[in-house]
Write a protein that binds this ligand. Structure first.
Ligand code: NAD
Length: 307
């Protein structure tokens, strides 16, 4: 089986590329990134056993994937991903992410390639105890341009239901170490600030709000499950390791790094409200997620321990 990973140099894509050898069915993996994120280091020291080939391509070019033949599955990770910065880069982000998505979608339709599409739990936003994939429309409240784009992608896929085999996974905020690790999302940013003895900046309203978090190892389990079980149901699944408050995340960091300071700040996405995300729909399909956020935090702090 041949796999293609877009956005392979990013936080998630690089982890998949590093671990793809664990999925025995996969014989060859093609990697695509435009390296706009400058994550060249994701390509260093890759293992021969992974059988990877890297291609420097920009998915804004709708023909960029045409050279690939016999791709069975695309894991689509290429996106601009900084939700907080997306307010200032709205146009650029809409253009880039929807272009990438359409290039991949058209390739999949034309070549009968299956698609693993990554959305985000940030499409939820209205206060309620628990949101699931079938929640009322009023609970779907994307608070940033980044999240709005995710919702558009989901809708386009639904409209193409008869023309493609896919799953959309709404991932919680990723925690864990990869060669393409980035530090703009909550857990990693907090670990970085703690490591350089700077105050951890927390949105004023967010300290006691619940959010879903996802261990990178669990993200990989999802891809492994899809590939090994041929799990493509043209459906949407929430994916999370746990729902935690920011305070609980900070307490996890405190276990390994004492004396951290917290500073409350304002932000454009601050009006997001507290919500728990329900991950049982995927669990019912037989996939058990066993990731450990404490370990992810410990590993991230360890990575930065000598600075
Ligand atoms: N990291 C998280 O917490 C998280 C949570 C939920 C969903 N997701 C989703 O998972 C996917 C992967 O996330 P990530 O954290 O690995 O992102 P990332 O920002 O670390 O990596 C994205 C990669 O895509 C590449 N890219 C961007 N535009 C491209 C283009 N036009 N052509 C080719 N390559 C391009 C970038 O260079 C980068 O290497 C994204 O769709 C993201 O929205 C991530």
């Amino acid at each position: 089986m041949n796999i293609l990973i877009t956005g392979c140099c990013g936080h998630i894509g690089s982890y998949v590329a590093e671990n793809i050898y664990k999925i025995k069915k996969v014989k060859k993996t093609y990697l695509v990134d435009n390296l706009k994120s400058n994550s060249f280091s994701s390509l260093f020291n890759s293992k021969k056993r992974n059988n990877l080939s890297f291609f420097l391509l920009d998915l804004n070019d709708r023909k960029s994937l045409n050279k690939f033949k016999n791709i069975d599955i695309i894991i689509h990770c290429a996106s601009m991903t900084n939700a907080e910065k997306s307010f200032g880069k709205k146009k650029e982000m809409f253009q880039n992410n929807l272009n990438c998505f359409n290039t991949v979608l058209n390739y999949c339709k034309k070549n009968k390639t299956k698609l693993i599409h990554l959305s985000s739990t940030s499409i939820y936003g209205k206060q309620t105890d628990l949101v699931d994939e079938n929640c009322e429309k009023k609970y779907i409240k994307p608070q940033s341009p980044y999240a709005k784009i995710k919702l558009i992608e989901e809708k386009i896929l639904k409209m193409n239901n008869s023309k493609i085999k896919y799953n959309t996974f709404r991932f919680g905020t990723i925690a864990g170490v990869s060669s393409g690790i980035r530090f703009h999302t909550a857990v990693n940013k907090f670990c970085f600030n703690a490591s350089i003895n700077q105050p951890i900046e927390v949105y004023k309203t967010a300290l006691n709000q619940y959010r879903p978090y996802l261990s990178l190892s669990d993200a990989f389990r999802v891809f492994q499950f899809c590939i090994e079980k041929n799990f493509f149901e043209n459906d949407i699944y929430n994916v999370l390791t746990d729902n935690c408050t920011v305070k609980q995340i900070i307490n996890k960091i405190k276990k390994f790094k004492k004396n951290i300071k917290v500073k409350l700040v304002n932000t454009a996405i601050m009006n997001q409200l507290s919500y728990h995300v329900d991950g049982t729909k995927l669990k019912k399909k037989g996939l058990r997620l066993t990731g450990n956020l404490n370990k992810d935090i410990k590993d991230t702090l360890k990575l930065l321990s000598n600075i």
